[in-house]
Write a protein that binds this ligand. Structure first.
Ligand code: URA
Length: 230
């Protein structure tokens, strides 16, 4: 896979994206022995990049799927509470992976982690509308009127406007819901706004990534190219 030179250098923490532009333009950067002055030059993954003659240690780009159990907070560190990073082996923590978005402490299910800032940004941005599917257990039973209101776009009590969501009632107290954004406590607040407080929540999938074949607390590495944003 080809990547922009400035992106590779910024992921290797050589300098900030802005500083890199000047650095590259100054002629300090060479790719496979040839000086490159364009920050947007595409370079192959196995290229040897040097800055002032020193070889740049590139960090492997990784994407991880974690089947998060309840009881862990989505954070990279916390002095008191267990974090999702406690479930990630050292070899991946060393690669600077961080959670993409967040799942509440009580929520189970699929949590993605990556060290690729651009990928993380796209996964979160409503512009790219990555679909997230949740299974919810809640009080009451969702009706066709609820399906219609979710589809229209709910307005929560504090005025927060939600994008249209797909609600699939699965019988008394159970539903599946698909949303393409991630506002604070969004799913819980959406159900609560229709008088159906959530008692259990699990994220089943995010775009093409699912929990299939995974057990609670387990993680697996995924090919970063599984998300095709072009
Ligand atoms: N919506 C919620 O309310 N909580 C989560 O953890 C995820 C989505």
């Amino acid at each position: 896979m080809m990547q922009r030179l400035d992106k590779v250098l910024s992921e290797a923490k050589v300098a900030s994206r802005k500083e890199l532009k000047a650095l590259i333009r100054s002629g300090a950067v060479a790719v496979d022995g040839v000086v490159v002055r364009a920050a947007d030059q595409k370079v192959p993954e196995d290229a040897v990049i040097t800055v002032h003659g020193e070889v740049v240690a590139k960090m492997r780009r990784v994407l991880i799927a974690l089947y998060k159990p309840a009881g862990y907070i989505t954070a990279t560190e916390d002095r008191v509470q267990a974090t999702v990073m406690d479930l990630i082996p050292e070899e991946y923590r060393k690669l600077d992976v961080a959670p993409v978005g967040r799942l509440d402490k009580a929520t189970e299910g699929l949590l993605l982690l990556t060290n690729d800032g651009e990928l993380a940004h796209k996964l979160i941005s409503p512009k790219y509308a990555v679909q997230k599917v949740y299974y919810a257990e809640h009080e009451g039973e969702a009706t066709q009127a609820d399906v219609f209101e979710f589809e229209k776009g709910l307005v929560l009590g504090d005025g927060t406007e939600c994008l249209p969501a797909k609600l699939e009632p699965l019988g008394p107290g159970k539903s599946r819901i698909t949303i393409c954004e991630g506002k604070y406590h969004q799913v819980r607040r959406m159900f609560a706004s229709r008088g159906m407080p959530v008692t259990y929540l699990s994220r089943l999938s995010e775009g093409p990534v699912t929990l299939e074949g995974m057990s609670l607390g387990e993680m697996t590495e995924i090919d970063c190219d599984i998300f095709d944003f072009d």
